[in-house]
Each structure stands twice: as C-alpha cells, then as structure tokens.
Design a protein around this ligand. Structure first.
Ligand code: DX5
Ligand code: ZN
Length: 216
C-alpha cells in the first residue's frame, strides 16, 4: 500500500485557509490532519468545531482528527457529526481507553490511538483489535515545527511487529517533525501514514513536497 500523506493544517495560513485546503485537494495527499488542543492536555490551544466544518465544506479528503484534549469521550460524536472521518485519542490520561475506542467505532469513524514519546508501544497489545490507526508521536504533542525524536523509528518497527503478530489491519501513523530526510527510515520501519505540517507548508512548492514524501 502506498504511504498516506496527511498534511497538518495546524501549519496552514489561517487567513488563507481555503487556498491551503485547495492545495491539499490538488495534491497527492489522501488525508487532512486536524489537531485539536485544549490547553489542558497539552500547553497550547488550537481550534475546534467551526474550523472543522469549514475544512469539511472545502474538501472531500479523509479528515483525520487528532484530539489532544482531556475527556475526549464528551466530544467524539460531535466531531463525527461535524466531519471527522477518523478520530485519534491519546492513551495517556484516559482511564477507559477501551471504551473510548469502542465509542469512536460505534460513531462510524475510524478509531485511532495516539502514544506520546514516553509511552511504550506494548501498551497497545490488548486493545490492538480496536485500533484502526496507531499514531506514534515523534515530538511531544502541543506544537508544530518541533524537531523529530529519532527513537521513534524503532518504536515504529516494534509496532509493526506487534501488528503482524496480532494479524490486525492497523495502520501505523507518525506525527511530528516528519520531513523528507526522515521519511525513508520511517517507511522502511513500517509507517503507513505520515503527518507533516511545517515541512509541507514552509516548502517553496508544497504540492511537490507532498509528492516527494509519497515517492521517497
Ligand atoms: C503536534 C501535532 C502535529 C503537528 C505536526 O502536537 O500533533 O500534528 O501539527 O507538525 P509538524 O510537522 O510541523 O511537526
Ligand atoms: Zn497531530
């Protein structure tokens, strides 16, 4: 399966959002990554429902919502109603992650489980059958434009092994500091979905950069 590229609109120009969404529409990217931050789970606040609706109105790409919020179970159904095709919730801080993943699946969206850099991949073992996308953070969540944590590559290999052993169709997603330099190692390790924000939107030719990430 070719790698899925998911540009993160956190790095887009919000004063020209339609232009940046159109750029994604015209590109080889299959997903749009949508980062929701609440200022509690992470030390930053981003955006929520109104922006999601605006993105949805302007694209038919798969909208991949990454919730960096406390109590995500309160908002899952509304995110799906407003256009999320997939929702990722964090393992950390969620006492009932099994039930939250079930809730996402019951809502009709694809269920994603996100792991912070300090969280071992092994925690996913007992719930892997509920996880459509395993999101491995390659920076500490909260901000775009951070430096890629190189230990992520071995976490991806480990996740790949677990998924093969469990024989699930879980996709491995990597998020944070992804660029043309590290994408080859990530693909070799087994990454299926690459999120890229700054690298794409700061590129002189973002569409070309997306194609390069895909074809590297
Ligand atoms: C970080 C977010 C990422 C971010 C990636 O908390 O989850 O999705 O937008 O941005 P870059 O590619 O700039 O690291
Ligand atoms: Zn993200």
């Amino acid at each position: 399966m070719p790698t899925i590229i998911a540009p993160s609109i956190l790095a887009a120009d919000f004063a020209n959002l339609q232009k940046d969404i159109q750029l994604i529409n015209d590109s080889d990217a299959q997903w749009v990554h949508f980062d929701v931050m609440d200022g509690v789970f992470v030390p930053n606040i981003s955006f929520g429902f109104p922006l999601l609706q605006a993105v949805k109105r302007n694209t038919s790409k798969f909208i991949d919502v990454h919730l960096m919020i406390v109590n995500p179970e309160k908002y899952i159904n509304e995110f799906v109603a407003k256009g999320a095709d997939g929702i990722s919730v964090h393992y950390e801080g969620n006492l009932h992650i099994h039930s939250v993943l079930q809730q996402i699946k019951n809502s009709g969206a694809q269920a994603g489980l996100a792991l912070n850099p300090h969280t071992p991949v092994s925690v996913v073992k007992e719930i892997l059958h509920l996880v459509d996308t395993l999101l491995i953070m390659s920076v500490n969540p909260g901000f775009g434009g951070q430096k890629f944590i190189p230990e992520t590559v071995s976490k991806v290999s480990e996740a790949k092994k677990l998924i093969q052993e469990a024989n699930t169709s879980t996709l491995i997603q990597v998020d944070g500091g992804v660029n043309i330099e590290n994408c080859i190692a990530l693909k070799h390790a087994g990454a299926d979905v690459l999120v890229a924000g700054s690298a794409v939107f700061k590129a002189a030719n973002p569409k070309g950069y997306i194609a390069d990430l895909l074809n590297a």
